[in-house]
Design a protein around this ligand. Structure first.
Ligand SMILES: Cc1ncc(COP(=O)(O)O)c(C=O)c1O
Length: 403
């Protein structure tokens, strides 16, 4: 228990955790089931190219998110590119500025131009600002259901239809979530999930394009396999985005355990909310409990004016304690070296969130005790905000930032 300021690791105390507590530690499903499946795969000698395990994974994903088609891929970034190609996008694609860099990168790598649009206070693309970034070169929007909270899907569909734009969703965070009671996966022209190791359901690396559009699905499927459409025909230049059998086996084991993963995430989220309730200036972002949520991300909003301590000071203090909160998605894609030379408009919504939010550890590797200890540190830092902020010399900060 931290009682005095110099109990904080930042000021020489013993860290609250002996080893780093990371966010996104993978959820592992039924190991025996997975290993048996791997053995079967080896016995069959069918390792890739849409084998029976990948097909079963696709079937189960499509069923869970209530769509017609699922194309399983090696990762979500590749699936985003398939979606862009299969939907026939050209020129500019509007993307939110507050997202993981894979969203704009997937557009850029295909030789198209990502055009950033600011986000609203929820962190999702601000539909009211779309008009101000729309040009005649735009062919589509790629929106992101940030941290599993749905975009305004109705208004986005209206805007896209009114301007003749395709609508894609980067739903990397939103597997198992719903919008207005409908499962995420069936919105827009296509949606893309990530099954990366850090996601609620993982296949080591993996992703999926899902859609109800038959021809888009068929084209994406062929593009994922070099553009091959028959033994002697390649319809167009494709790529190799296929999911391997062993990845699909992990995905199936993970899917089978998903209810337990989500339940645990929910318990963690509730524990954070209870532990931090009433701490001035802090708010654990809530979920809309009328929707289905995967509760995968615990996001803390720090209002420096009330807490007396900034998100950065709090995060640095936590890191010194071996609590590795992450400042997602700071500073906003438009301010990273990859894009800042060509983005000149300020994105005030993104810039504000990029200064306030920190993602905290959750998932099945995070124990109730971890959360209790972590929150005790948070409460201590906020209750000693003035002293902590004042005592953090430049030297200490530099040391922490290097962590
Ligand atoms: C919003 C978003 N889009 C895309 C990706 C890329 O996913 P993958 O690692 O499966 O390529 C991520 C990864 O975390 C993400 O957060």
């Amino acid at each position: 228990m931290k009682l005095r300021l110099d109990d904080l690791a930042l000021f020489g105390g013993r860290p609250a955790f002996p080893a780093p507590v990371h966010i996104g530690v993978p959820n592992i499903g039924d190991r025996k089931r997975f290993l048996k499946s791997v053995n079967d795969i080896l016995d069959r000698r069918y390792l890739s190219n849409r084998g029976p395990v990948a097909r079963e994974f696709e079937r189960q994903v499509a069923e869970l998110v209530e769509v017609e088609h699922c194309v399983a891929t090696c990762n979500a970034t590749a699936a985003l590119q398939l979606a862009i190609r299969a939907a026939g996008l050209t020129g500019e694609v509007i993307v939110p500025s507050f997202t993981f860099p894979a969203t704009p990168h997937s557009v850029h790598w295909l030789g198209l131009t990502p055009v950033f649009c600011d986000v609203d206070p929820s962190g999702n693309i601000d539909v009211d600002r779309l008009g101000s970034v729309l040009t005649r070169r735009a062919s589509g929007i790629m929106a992101v259901h940030l941290w599993g909270r749905p975009c305004n899907v109705d208004r986005l569909a209206e805007f896209a239809a009114a301007h003749g734009l395709k609508l894609l969703y980067d739903s990397a965070h939103a597997f198992g979530c719903s919008a207005g009671g409908r499962m995420i996966g069936g919105f827009g022209d296509a949606e893309v999930f990530s099954f990366h190791a850090t996601k609620v359901v993982n296949s080591f690396e993996g992703g999926a394009l899902v859609t109800n559009d038959d021809s888009l699905a068929e084209r994406a499927r062929s593009l994922s396999n070099f553009g091959i459409v028959s033994e002697s025909e390649v319809a167009e230049p494709g790529t190799n985005a296929k999911m391997s059998e062993v990845a699909a086996a992990m995905g199936l084991a993970s899917l089978a355990a998903m209810p337990a993963f989500v339940a645990r995430n929910r318990e963690n989220h509730e524990a954070y909310q209870a532990e931090l309730a009433g701490v001035p200036g802090l708010r654990v972002l809530d979920f809309d409990h009328r929707e289905r949520n995967n509760y995968q991300y615990v996001v803390l909003d720090v209002d420096v004016a009330i807490a007396g301590v900034s998100r950065d000071v709090l995060t640095d203090a936590l890191r010194a304690e071996n609590i590795m909160g992450r400042r997602y998605f700071t500073p906003g894609c438009h301010r990273t070296a990859a894009y800042r030379d060509r983005v000149h408009a300020p994105m005030p919504g993104t810039e504000e969130l990029a200064e306030r939010l920190v993602v905290l550890p959750s998932g099945t590797a995070t124990t109730p005790r971890d959360i209790a200890v972590l929150c005790q540190v948070v409460r201590f830092v906020v209750s000693h905000a003035a002293e902590v902020a004042a005592s953090m010399s430049d030297q200490v900060r530099a040391g922490v930032e290097a962590l």
